[in-house]
Design a protein around this ligand. Structure first.
Ligand code: PEP
Length: 286
């Protein structure tokens, strides 16, 4: 209930709310508070290297149509198309409330780096976010924690929010090293001097990405609590940094994963390529 501090102009004329209003108003008010709160979860779709222009635009249009159709999900939404589609998808998303992000950036702002894209270019293309340190880049492109940190710094300098990915391999989990490995990745890739609203962290166990396997809700909660401790030590207001879960999130498991209180949202790969599935995941935000 909003308390303005002002008494009603004419108390005699103020009618008590009806039974329906009594039931519905608190629900609507909680929804409003969640919508306006920084605690709102973020559901982000990483399209990876998928989609020609027609596919990307059709997907973006389908999401915009759902956003306009009423009954929006109670979470923030973002999509991360391939670089070739950023501008056209961004134009399609304009005014929809769905944010645009890129999948990677170079650590330099410009220069002789054939084939790379700089963070200021992404900002100029309409992005608000950029993923850094995705395990596919750490593995296939040999990106180290130092590389990832330099990219995150470049992103911040350009005014983008980096979505910093960390996650252990299956072998590391089986050796019981998951917490330690992921904490070390975070410490090694997190830029110094950030405020909470300047970064998003995504816990993505490598063995869960694209495999259909997911950790248990208990394992996710334990990892997120561990990451939270690291963030509180390293970031001003670290308690407010969103920590997403990523790895085989689908409509069928989204509610369970998103209901873990320390999960501030989801980074969704394969399932984000289908508008209905992505929307169903977003609708699963508690
Ligand atoms: C990802 O690669 O960021 C990801 C979460 O992929 P998927 O959902 O397909 O496992």
């Amino acid at each position: 209930m909003i308390v303005t501090g002002h008494p009603p102009r004419n108390p005699q004329k103020t009618r008590p709310p009806g039974r329906l209003a009594v039931a519905v108003l608190p629900v609507l008010e909680r929804a409003r508070q969640r919508r306006e709160s920084r605690l709102r979860k973020l559901v982000a779709g990483n399209w990876k290297m998928n989609g020609l222009r027609a596919d990307g635009l059709a997907l973006a249009r389908a999401l915009v149509a759902r956003a306009a159709a009423g009954d929006p999900p109670d979470c923030a939404l973002a999509v991360f198309p391939p670089a070739t589609l950023l501008i056209s998808v961004g134009e399609t998303l304009r005014g929809s409330g769905i944010a645009l992000g890129a999948q990677d950036c170079h650590a330099e702002a410009r220069g002789a780096h054939t084939g790379d894209v700089a963070a200021p270019m992404l900002k100029d293309a309409g992005c608000s976010y950029v993923i850094v340190g995705h395990s596919e880049r750490r593995t296939a492109h040999g990106e180290t924690d130092a590389t990832v940190r330099a990219k995150a710094v470049a992103a911040r300098t350009a005014g983008l929010v980096p979505v910093l990915c960390v996650g252990e391999s299956l072998a590391e989990r089986e050796r019981g090293e998951a917490l330690e490995v992921v904490a070390a990745q975070l410490a090694g890739s997190l830029p110094e001097g950030l405020a909470a609203e300047e970064i998003v962290v995504a816990y993505e166990p490598v063995w869960a990405i694209g495999t259909g396997r997911t950790p248990t809700a208990e394992d996710v909660a334990a990892m997120h609590a561990h990451l939270r401790r690291g963030l509180e030590a390293a970031v001003k207001g670290g308690a407010g940094v969103p920590i997403l879960y990523g790895g085989s999130v689908k409509a069928s498991n989204a509610r369970e994963l998103l209901s873990v209180p320390s999960v501030d949202g989801a980074l969704v790969g394969g399932a984000s390529l289908n508008a209905a599935e992505f929307w169903a995941i977003a609708q699963s935000c508690p």
